[in-house]
Design a protein around this ligand. Structure first.
Ligand code: F6P
Length: 361
């Protein structure tokens, strides 16, 4: 470390989302304009840290980034430096290359690394901190499944996209007397489906935390039909499962692997038991792309500034979280390897049920 003039490394890991560039912009402007630090951006997540692929970042590099989707640093969402796949004499082997990260950070004379990422990125950051690397994490992903923070960068923008998609589906569902299924992302938690479903007025919301019974879904649809509503809107989380599969997964302690196709599976099952047409829309990567919402820009800026403040205070090996709208540093140990699931008796599920929403149970 060269005196008080610190040097910060930053990287973006995991799935991209709206708001990543706004975080980078806040970090660079705070580091340079407020603290006089230098900033080095590593490219494509942890891969860039292992292979020393980087670009120096100045305030000019982040000008105009606030409303730009994606990440100027690039990212990877399935690279683990502790188990890097190598081809050794034609044989695939996994090698721990985390030492290269420490070497490269030392070579750049970097005092602390800011990792902007989801659960996997933060879990690896925690392991790096145990090797003596100073780390501060910024919670990011559209899934909002990171414990220790009420909200993650990218989540609000994804909910906006999904809610507006549901708005659009209402008119065509009503015109054709159809059941419209929108499959949204969220990995193994149902936050995107729950919040966009409430915001978009879905009649049925299916989330991984509440395994569904296809007969209960059909009953809700027919109930609506008997009241003169010949159409229904179903918001399906990609990770949702029928009750019997959830039971089987629990028995086999199998982590629910398939994260695609839930919507089509439900449509096929409904076609067998109701005489309404069903149609499926998979929103997919539209939830990951595009510009951050104004709320996400504010959240990204708050967390980016806070991450640099934590480095200035030497408050390492923590995640900059938001709890009850207060900036709250959380030990990485309390976040790594965990997942924040929707509380099935929580307030949001309760208010949805009060609005007449069925969760397929
Ligand atoms: O974690 C963000 C996310 O978009 C999940 O919601 C989704 O299941 C996953 O990433 C998709 O991963 P990939 O970009 O590797 O297809």
């Amino acid at each position: 470390m060269n005196g008080q003039r610190k040097k910060i490394g930053i990287m973006t890991g995991g799935g991209d989302c709206p708001g990543l560039n706004a975080v980078i912009r806040a970090i660079v402007k705070t580091a340079i304009n407020i603290y006089g630090y230098e900033v080095v951006g590593f490219l494509d997540g942890y891969m860039g840290l292992v292979n020393n692929r980087f670009r120096k970042l100045g305030t000019g590099d982040v000008s105009g980034l606030l409303d730009k989707g994606g990440t100027i640093l690039g990212t990877t969402d399935s690279f683990d430096p502790f188990a890097m796949e190598m081809d050794v004499n034609g044989e695939k082997q996994e090698k721990d290359m985390s030492g290269r990260i420490a070497d490269n950070l030392r070579m750049h004379d970097i005092d602390a690394l800011i990792t902007i990422g989801g659960i996997n990125t933060i879990t690896i950051a925690h392991r790096l901190s145990q090797k003596g690397i100073n780390v501060v994490a910024v919670p990011k992903n559209i899934d909002n499944d990171i414990p220790g923070t009420d909200v993650t960068v990218g989540f609000i923008s994804a909910v906006n996209t999904a809610a507006h998609a549901l708005d659009k589906l209402h008119s065509t569902a009503e015109s054709h007397h159809r059941v419209m299924i929108l499959e949204v992302m969220g990995r193994r938690a149902g936050w995107v489906a729950l919040e966009s479903g409430i915001a978009g007025g879905a009649d049925i919301i299916l989330i991984p935390e509440i395994p569904y019974d296809i007969k209960a879904i059909a009953r809700k649809i027919l109930e609506r039909k008997n009241k003169g509503k010949g159409f229904s809107i179903i918001c399906v989380s990609e990770g949702c499962r029928p009750k019997d599969q959830a039971e089987a997964d629990k028995e086999s302690r199998n982590i629910h692997k398939t994260l695609h196709g839930a919507g089509s599976m439900i449509a096929a099952e409904l076609d067998k038991i109701i005489n309404l047409e069903t149609r499926v829309t998979v929103l997919g990567y539209l939830q990951r792309g595009g510009e951050p919402s104004p709320s996400d820009r504010i959240l990204s800026t708050r967390l980016g500034v806070e991450a640099v403040n934590m480095i200035a205070q030497g408050d390492y090996n923590k995640m900059a979280g938001i709890v009850n709208d207060q900036l709250t540093p959380i030990d990485l140990a309390e976040v790594a390897g965990r997942c924040k699931y929707v509380p099935i008796d929580g307030e949001l599920v309760r208010i949805a049920r009060n609005m007449g929403v069925s969760f397929g149970d």
